[in-house]
Design a protein around this ligand. Sequence first.
Ligand SMILES: [Zn+2]
Length: 225
Amino acid sequence: MDYHAFLADFPDTYLGVGPADAPRIALTFDDGPGAATPALLALLRDVRVKASFFCVGTAVARRAEVIAEIVRDGHDLGNHSFSHVDATTQSLEAFWHGDVVPATVQLERLAGRPVRLYRPPYGEISPGQVRRLGAAGHTVVGWSIDPGDWSEPDAPDHVRRVIDTVVAQAHPGAIVLLHDGDDGHVVRHGILEIVRGLVPRLRRAGFEFVGVGDLLRLRERANRR
Ligand SMILES: [Zn+2]
């Protein structure tokens, strides 16, 4: 997402990477909830990993009960738009009233708490849209590692390639882009194997798993000093 250089102009609203003072890493899961999400939540409980879920309104409508489970398990919950359209094709009003607000209202009703983390579909967003989100107290969340788990999930070495990419690029404050939502009718079962293999390797490398909300609070605290 950092290919949008203008995001550097929004240091308070945009979070593309966390503070680098300690080996923390945030696993983020986009496009859900999907058919694989309940099993992913069980796996994360098993391995005691906190993560962040950026959910899409249309997917939430199909699996509303999963949102409460995400919250109950202590994960961070974010808005990934209502309909997963490229925001830069929308007017500011359509973006705000047709996409961000409906998804926020839906998620907050199910979660029972404010949802102020927003990740734009495809990372595409305009400066005016970032300004609007910031004015309403939202944080725009990007990523610092994209292992391409969305691409060719049926390739024979897909799981190993995704895991190796994350491990090779892992850095303190990293935000890792992963996907648990269905791709059309295709269920992303591979995400389970990816997480099962990835977590012990990152742990062995000394990383602690945090939510993006934790990274945001740590950054705000550092800025106040
Ligand atoms: Zn997405």
